[in-house]
Design a protein around this ligand. Structure first.
Ligand SMILES: Nc1ncnc2c1ncn2[C@@H]1O[C@H](COP(=O)(O)OP(=O)(O)OP(=O)(O)O)[C@@H](O)[C@H]1O
Ligand SMILES: [Mg+2]
Length: 337
């Protein structure tokens, strides 16, 4: 992805990852052969409709899905040269929070409602980062300050319920940053927030990415959210990546009709004012009963016979870094209907 990629391995490499759920009704192919890599300090946006497998992918990377046998994995998740799949549950607990941190749509799912905010942050610092109690409290205040919380000393004594949704998400980010992770996975971190607060949180994530040289995976169903923030975007459909490239390239020259349809259904900042928003006709396929060929073919306005029969691979043309999985990709100048 980057010019110096031959000098050092990427921070994260996901190689042909499959996450299948065994259910009484059959096998759900939630993540179905995904590969990508992410360099240190880069932001990758993962976009796709509800149910496309974005959350299962992120939970598979940090291995927080059930270990009760209902989940079948295949493939590798290589972080700084180590295959995370080969680590024990204990080793993986040390990776989580310390080297890879995650924030969720609902900050309350990562905050404990009955513990003061100060206690929640200092706990991470003392248990995971080797801080003594006194310095941990000072560091906790610094962390709150770094995520834009005013009067951090006083806020340490508050409970999550005393804070607004946006402030809670800032606290969740502060906790995620406590271990100085090299990778932060943010799963729909702004969906529950109003638009102004959304922008503030995304700006904050971008500042932290640059200041700490932290890589971020930003998951969203909204292409408008990744525009202006993510360096690269991967578009997911029915458990697979169907297009991946630099963000500006994706927004200006989408090749996969699904991406084009997503763009028309999302308010993109670069779109002219009052552009019409369409919804994508039809529904994503049932993950337990996937169609043959391209998984988008039933909804694609450009569908041809080959699309029904053979699944296109995620590939680029010549030496381009623009990957897409489509037999009949959109041309740059092609009029779209
Ligand atoms: N534990 C599970 N057992 C069976 N199927 C599951 C399980 N968890 C998720 N799935 C299925 O995997 C698919 C992908 O789900 P996932 O939550 O990753 O979607 P998503 O892209 O994050 O959607 P959203 O935008 O709504 O968050 C869905 O069809 C979901 O029903
Ligand atoms: Mg999700």
């Amino acid at each position: 992805m980057e010019k110096n990629s031959h000098l050092q391995p990427p921070l994260l490499e996901v190689v042909n990852l499959y996450t299948h759920f065994r259910t009484p009704r059959g096998i759900a192919h939630a993540v179905d052969g995904i590969s990508f890599s992410l360099e240190q300090g880069q932001m990758l946006g993962i976009v796709g409709e509800s149910g496309s497998g974005k959350s299962v992918l992120s939970r598979s990377i940090i291995d927080i899905l059930s270990r009760d046998g209902s989940v079948a994995y295949k493939g590798q998740v290589i972080f700084e040269g180590r295959d995370l799949r080969s680590l024990s549950a204990r080793e993986m607990r040390n990776v989580r929070g310390r080297e890879i941190a995650m924030i969720f749509q609902d900050p309350m799912s990562s905050l404990n409602p009955v513990k003061k905010i100060g206690v929640q942050i200092t706990e991470v610092l003392t248990k995971k980062c080797g801080f003594a109690t006194g310095p941990a409290r000072n560091r906790a205040a610094e962390l709150l300050d770094s995520v834009g919380i005013a009067d951090p000393e006083r806020q340490l004594n508050n409970y999550p319920m005393h804070l607004s949704g946006g402030m809670r998400q800032r606290v969740a980010i502060a906790i995620a940053l406590a271990g100085e992770p090299k990778l932060l996975i943010a799963d729909e971190p702004t969906t529950a927030l109003d638009v102004t607060i959304q922008g503030q949180i995304l700006n904050l994530l971008q500042q932290l990415q640059r200041k700490n040289n932290m890589a971020i995976i930003l998951i969203t169903h909204d292409l408008g959210v990744v525009a202006g923030y993510a360096d690269q975007v991967a578009v997911m459909y029915a458990g697979q990546i169907v297009e991946m490239c630099k963000t500006e390239e994706l927004l200006s020259h989408p090749r996969m009709p699904y991406t084009e349809a997503l763009m028309k259904s999302a308010p993109v900042l670069s779109a002219p004012p009052h552009s019409r928003l369409d919804t994508i006709p039809g529904l994503p396929p049932n993950l337990m009963d996937l169609p043959g060929g391209c998984r988008f073919h039933e909804r694609c306005q450009y569908v041809q016979e080959k699309c029904r029969e053979i699944m296109p691979k995620l590939e680029s043309e010549k030496s381009s870094e623009h990957l897409y999985a489509c037999w009949f990709p959109l041309n740059n100048g092609r009029p779209s209907s």
